[in-house]
Design a protein around this ligand. Structure first.
Ligand code: NDP
Length: 497
């Protein structure tokens, strides 16, 4: 395994093929959430830095250095990137753990998925696309797909590498040039990814990365007229702001936003399997997962037994630094985010819900400098409570009771979100009936969380617009053009003289 020190060299932005400081030379610390230590400094990019990246991307797009080469040639770059991600897998895994806090096991899965995503889109882009239509002679009609142009890609901190790749791989495959902004909290693995882009020799200006605050750099990308599309993953509130900002220049918008996803457990489910997946559904990623199963709905007849077993197991989750192989759950990503999660726990108590386990920051066993929160379970909740309705994005779950199928569906659909949902039951027809009634874009039966590069990812309602991954994810980054060709070139004769 590659030995990574507990800090990395100061980061830079990547604009038009060059590594750059912020124009003001300002920097901000990047913190390891497991111990609060500074691991690096990142440039505090400005609107002017964002514009430099946008102009580079525009120039590269217009020159056709990327959109003008064959799909097969673009694919060969993407295959090389996938290969390099695998070559640097150990380093990327350790960097991700150091910057985001997630256990090495989770970071390792993300790195593998990132390589597979590049490989998937490298394969997909060389497959047949477009249509021809039989219209009246002498016309021939056809439809072709083209890149959108300059794409602004803005991602959050919960999967710093993977969320970046979910956007960058299809955007580049389709022939776009990009201006990418990582979260200011987690820029370390995105920077390594751009080093890989440089190593495989992407033409200058094709892939640009600007760091800095969302309201400054992100806002400039969302508002600039030379950006044709915004693909954003993050909170619903920020997503709404971006959509409004992008409306002024009528950009194409793709939004992957928050969730408050229901995990419905029927009495006829395999009990231990349901408990096991329910734990995984909420506590993987310390609950900082957009699709987390943060509302567990359990059929009345097994409710008490389920809560007892779930709490018993939640208490034994080993919380610790991500780089300790024994850790099963890492810290929250930042002090600010930890405070937000702890605030929600207080709100839950004030609303009258009961804490069945957890509820506190962990300040013992050497974890006191990190941002660790106990796996927390609320029971005796009411549907209108904030802890039931709002996304907490931490290791906090509510367990609710339902009487029958129709009440389960009603409760499940009763939030503004519609990202994900699951049903546990051994009655296949019932499980599918309920899944079909869920207003959510990503669903599972007798499982929780698996995601595939081939399948579309995205939400209903206020969980977003559009889809990532699969053929749907590629289409987000493409325009559609109809071409009508006259095969008999002679005047139409519509007017008499
Ligand atoms: P935010 O919405 O705060 O930030 C996401 C990104 O947007 C960051 O890069 C941020 O920059 C940037 N940003 C912030 N303000 C603006 C602005 N005014 N204009 C342009 N860009 C801006 O989300 P979090 O980072 O807190 O991430 C957590 C959220 O992401 C959760 O709600 C989660 O559900 C959602 N998410 C959704 C996923 C999905 O697939 N549906 C997947 C993963 C997460 P900076 O942080 O640098 O200021």
């Amino acid at each position: 395994m590659v030995e990574i020190k507990n800090c990395v060299a100061n980061l830079k932005m990547f604009i038009d093929g060059e590594w750059k400081e912020s124009e003001t030379l300002e920097i901000r610390p990047v913190i390891n959430p497991a111990n609060g230590e500074v691991i690096s400094y990142a440039p505090e990019g400005t609107a002017a830095d964002a514009r430099a990246a946008i102009f580079a991307a525009r120039r590269a797009f217009e020159e056709g250095v990327w959109s003008g080469i064959s799909a097969q040639e673009r694919a060969s770059y993407l295959f090389k990137i996938a290969h390099k991600i695998e070559e640097y897998a150990d380093e990327l895994t350790q960097l991700e753990t150091m910057d985001n806090g997630k256990p090495l096991r989770e970071a390792g899965f993300d790195v593998g998925d990132a390589a597979a995503c590049f490989r998937y889109y490298a394969g997909l882009i060389t497959k047949p696309d477009g249509f021809t239509y039989h219209v009246a002679d002498p016309m021939q009609a056809m439809v072709v797909r083209e890149p959108v142009g300059v794409c602004g890609l803005i991602v959050p901190w919960n999967y710093p590498l993977l969320m970046s790749v979910w956007k960058i791989a299809p955007a580049l495959a389709a022939g776009n040039t990009i201006v990418f902004k990582p979260s200011e909290v987690t820029p370390v693995t995105p920077k390594k990814l751009f080093e890989i882009f440089e190593e495989v020799g992407l033409p200058n200006g094709v892939a640009n990365m600007v760091m800095g605050a969302g309201p400054v750099v992100g806002h400039e990308i969302a508002s600039h007229p030379e950006v044709d599309m915004i693909s954003f993953t993050g909170g619903t509130k920020t997503g709404k702001h971006i959509m409004k900002t992008a409306a002024d220049t009528m950009k194409k918008v793709s939004l992957e936003l928050g969730g408050k996803s229901p995990n419905i457990i029927f009495a006829d489910a395999d009990f231990e399997t349901a408990v096991d997946y329910a734990l995984f559904g909420i506590f993987a990623g310390s609950g900082q997962v957009c699709s987390a199963g943060s509302r567990i709905l359990v059929e009345e007849s097994i409710y008490d037994k389920f809560v007892e077993r779930f709490v018993e197991r939640a208490k034994y989750i080993k919380v610790g630094p991500g780089n300790d192989p024994a850790s099963e759950m890492g810290p929250l990503v930042s002090q600010q985010h930890m405070e937000k999660v702890l605030h929600y726990i207080e709100v839950g108590k004030q609303e009258g819900a009961t804490i069945a386990c957890g509820g506190n920051r962990i300040v013992s066993n050497g974890l006191e400098k990190g941002y660790f929160v106990e796996p927390t379970v609320f029971i005796n909740v009411k549907q209108e409570m904030k802890i039931v309705q709002e996304e907490i994005f931490g290791p906090v779950v509510v367990i609710q009771k339902f009487k029958d199928e129709s009440e389960a569906v009603k409760l499940a659909n009763n939030t503004i979100y519609g990202l994900a949902g699951a049903v546990f039951s051994n009655d296949g027809a019932k499980a599918l009936r309920v899944i079909k009634k869920l207003r959510a874009g990503i669903t599972w039966v007798n499982s929780y969380h698996p995601t595939y590069n081939e399948a579309p990812w995205g939400g209903y309602k206020q969980s977003g617009i559009g889809r990532s991954l699969g053929t749907f994810g590629l289409e987000e980054f493409q325009e559609i053009k109809q071409i009508n060709i006259n095969l008999q070139v002679e005047p139409i004769g519509w007017f008499s003289n």
